[in-house]
Design a binder for this molecule. Structure first.
Ligand code: G3P
Ligand code: CA
Length: 277
C-alpha cells in the first residue's frame, strides 16, 4: 500500500507520462529491436534448459534464449526449471539437496525423446562460456527464496566473463522474486533486469502504482501473456520500460501479442517470433 506522499509522487508522474519517452524510438527501430526469445531454449523442439535446446535456439536464429538458474547442494549454479529433478531427468529429489556431481549423473534428455539421451543439466558457467557473444541470454533466477546469496553468485559468474559490460554480449536477468531483482540491480547495475508477473499474483491486473515501483529499478516487465493487452503495453512503455511476455506457444498467441505492441515474446517455438514483420 502506498503512503500519501508516494501517491502524490505517483500521481504527478502519471500526469507526466505522455512526456516520458516510450523508449522504443521510431516505429522502424521498434521493429528492428523486437526480441524473439527461445523459452528454456527452443524447448518446443528439444529438451528444455539443455545444450540441445540452446543450440536449437541459435540454429533458429532467436535473438535470446531464456534459462532458469538454481543452486546445487554444494553451491553450484545449475540450469533447470523445476525445484525437483523428477519431471525432466531420470532422477528424483530436490535440486537443492543434490550435489553438482549427483546432478551431472542424471539424463536430462530422454524424457523428451530418445535422440536426446545423455543430455546433462548444464551449469550456468558452461552455458555462459558456450554462448557468450553468439546469442543473448535471459537468465531467470528461479525460486530465489530457496537459495540465499544466489544473486551474488550469478553476478560473479557474469563479472568473471566481463558479461556485465554491454559490449561483451547481451544479458538480461529476471525473476518472479522482485526483491531478488532489486537486489541484483544493486549488485550489478550495468545488467538490465526484468520483473516477471504471474496471473496468480496480479488477478486484477497491474496498476500504475505497481508500474511506477518497477520503473524505479527495472527495464523489463515480463507478464504472463494472459495479463497483456494494448493498454498494459502502452502503460509499460509510458514508464520507459519494455515488455516481453511469456509463454507463447501458438501462432494466434504470437499474433495477439504482436498486435498489442510488445517488444518481444518468450516462446517455446522461435519460429513464432518470425511472425513479426
Ligand atoms: O521467462 C519467463 C518464464 O520462463 C516464466 O515462467 O515457469 O517458464 O519459468 P516459467
Ligand atoms: Ca523461466
Amino acid at each position: 500500500m502506498l503512503r500519501p506522499m508516494a501517491c502524490l509522487m505517483v500521481s504527478l508522474l502519471t500526469l507526466c507520462l505522455p512526456a516520458i519517452s516510450a523508449g522504443g524510438g521510431s516505429e522502424a527501430e521498434a521493429e528492428d529491436s523486437f526480441l524473439n526469445i527461445a523459452h528454456r531454449g527452443a524447448s518446443g523442439h528439444a529438451p528444455e534448459n539443455t545444450m540441445a535446446a540452446f543450440d536449437k535456439a541459435v540454429e533458429m536464429e532467436a535473438d535470446f534464449f531464456e534459462l532458469d538458474v538454481q543452486m546445487s547442494k554444494d553451491g553450484h549454479l545449475v540450469v533447470i526449471h523445476d525445484t525437483t529433478v523428477d519431471r525432466t531427468t531420470d532422477g528424483t529429489g530436490a535440486v537443492k539437496d543434490l550435489t553438482l556431481a549427483e546432478l551431472k549423473r542424471l539424463d536430462a534428455g530422454s524424457w523428451f525423446g530418445p535422440e536426446f539421451a545423455g543430455e546433462r543439466i548444464p551449469t550456468l558457467e558452461e552455458v555462459l562460456d558456450r554462448y557468450r557473444g553468439n546469442i543473448g541470454i535471459l537468465i531467470e533466477i528461479k525460486a530465489p527464496e530457496r537459495y540465499p546469496g544466489i544473486e551474488e553468485k550469478v553476478a560473479d559468474a557474469l563479472k568473471e566473463r566481463n558479461m556485465d559490460q554491454p559490449e561483451s554480449g547481451a544479458v538480461i536477468v529476471q525473476s518472479f522474486g522482485h526483491e531478488t531483482v532489486e537486489n541484483f540491480r544493486r549488485i550489478l547495475p550495468t545488467v538490465p533486469v526484468g520483473v516477471l508477473l504471474s496471473p496468480a499474483d496480479y488477478p486484477d491486473g497491474v496498476t500504475d502504482e505497481e508500474l511506477a515501483a518497477f520503473a524505479e529499478y527495472a527495464e523489463y516487465v515480463n507478464p504472463n501473456q494472459s495479463l497483456v493487452d494494448e493498454d498494459l503495453v502502452r502503460r509499460i512503455h509510458a514508464w520507459n520500460m519494455k515488455i516481453t511476455p511469456y509463454t507463447i506457444r501458438t501462432a494466434e498467441e504470437a499474433d495477439r501479442m504482436i498486435a498489442a505492441g510488445v517488444d518481444g515474446i518468450i516462446t517455446d517455438f522461435p519460429e513464432l517470433g518470425q511472425r513479426k514483420q
